[in-house]
Design a protein around this ligand. Structure first.
Ligand code: FAQ
Length: 311
């Protein structure tokens, strides 16, 4: 028979209440959350690199200030998310070790390179756009600290998405060369952005259980469909073409049909063989090593404060 604690956990899930760090929870629920939240945190931190690449070369002071603020927001998101994961009993050092040793995953999308300025527009419009579609339902995640972190993160992501859209709109209203640059960038980012939602439902081992626990509220394919439905009218406003000849309105379904994605590419990127996996991890390791003196100083300071307090 289920224990009173198990019954209480089930009641919280059934009634759409929140599970809090001090509540009893099944080990598998805890593990799933640690996996998802830490991967999400790593994605934010690694996700600073593709845009960080353009901070020194942004085309104006205004664009540079905006881009710096956006990349800083991503650092902030990573930090809230690491804190949310820590409430589940994993230390930040353990999570860093998993990232730096290459055993933890982070979003496939950040293993693509950013060769042109238009990529800053595509990342905002498509990558942050996909992030919002995926994360708005996570605001209602059954685990309290994760859901609450998502509320603030989503507000900032909406702003990020608009700034990306506005970069592309400016380019599309510019010279033919700028228009070509915008289209070429959208051509490269469209399919990888759709893959951010994860493998098709039939190949998504975690979805069913995560949905039963109300960690995920929609399946990978449902959210991908919602994203395509959102993109098509926005692409029309921009005047860009989405690089998929199979996109067409399906009256019966009330959704846009779209083509099959190249899932071999997705699994190659997950296996570490994307355009930039090696560089992303090498940069992260170097930044961690370069920050060793800060951690050391913080520890020495904390030890001294402790000693002062105890005398
Ligand atoms: N990349 O069974 P499922 C951002 C893995 S947005 C890499 O379907 P699940 C904002 C998955 O982990 C990006 N791996 O898994 C930003 C699992 O592997 P595991 C971050 C992927 O968890 C914008 C395996 O495949 N957002 O950072 C991917 O139920 C601009 C089987 O998959 C989040 O993390 C992928 N795309 O569903 C920052 C959102 N997809 O762990 C900077 C929260 C799947 O069993 C600049 N996460 N995998 O070894 C989620 O909603 C879910 O974890 C999914 C995957 C939907 C990503």
């Amino acid at each position: 028979a289920p224990t009173p604690e198990q019954l209480e956990f089930e009641r919280l899930i059934e009634t759409d209440s929140r599970v809090e760090p001090t509540d009893w929870m099944p080990e598998a629920y805890r593990k799933t959350l640690i996996r998802q939240i830490s991967q999400h945190a790593h994605s934010e931190i690694i996700g600073m690199q593709p845009e960080g690449n353009w901070i020194t070369r942004a085309p104006s002071l205004k664009r540079k200030a905006i881009l710096m603020a956006k990349v800083q927001d991503e650092a902030g998101h990573g930090l809230y998310l690491y804190s949310a994961a820590q409430t589940l009993g994993i230390s930040r050092d353990a999570m860093y070790d998993q990232l730096l040793s290459g055993t933890a995953k982070y979003s496939s999308i950040f293993n693509y390179t950013t060769p042109t300025w238009a990529d800053m527009g595509s990342i905002g419009w498509l990558v942050d756009g996909a992030a919002i579609c995926n994360q708005v339902p996570l605001c209602r995640c059954s685990y309290g600290p994760y859901g609450r972190a998502m509320v603030r993160i989503c507000k900032e992501e909406s702003f990020h998405q608009r700034q990306g859209f506005e970069i592309l709109l400016t380019l599309m209203r510019g010279t033919p060369e700028q228009q070509r640059m915008a289209q070429e960038s959208v051509n490269r980012w469209y399919a990888p952005a759709l893959m951010m939602f994860g493998p098709p439902d039939g190949e998504s081992p975690n979805s069913q259980r995560s949905m039963a626990w109300k960690i995920k509220r929609f399946s990978n394919d449902e959210l991908r469909q919602r994203f395509v439905d959102m993109l098509v009218p926005q692409a029309e406003v921009l005047g860009v073409t989405l690089p998929d000849p199979d996109i067409r309105w399906n009256e019966e379904r009330g959704h846009y049909d779209f083509g099959v994605l190249d899932w071999d590419e997705f699994y190659e990127v997950l296996a570490g063989r994307g355009q930039a996996n090696t560089v992303r991890l090498a940069n992260r390791r170097a930044a961690h090593d370069d920050g060793a003196w800060v951690r050391e100083a913080a520890r020495a300071y904390a030890a001294r404060e402790d000693a002062d307090r105890s005398t």
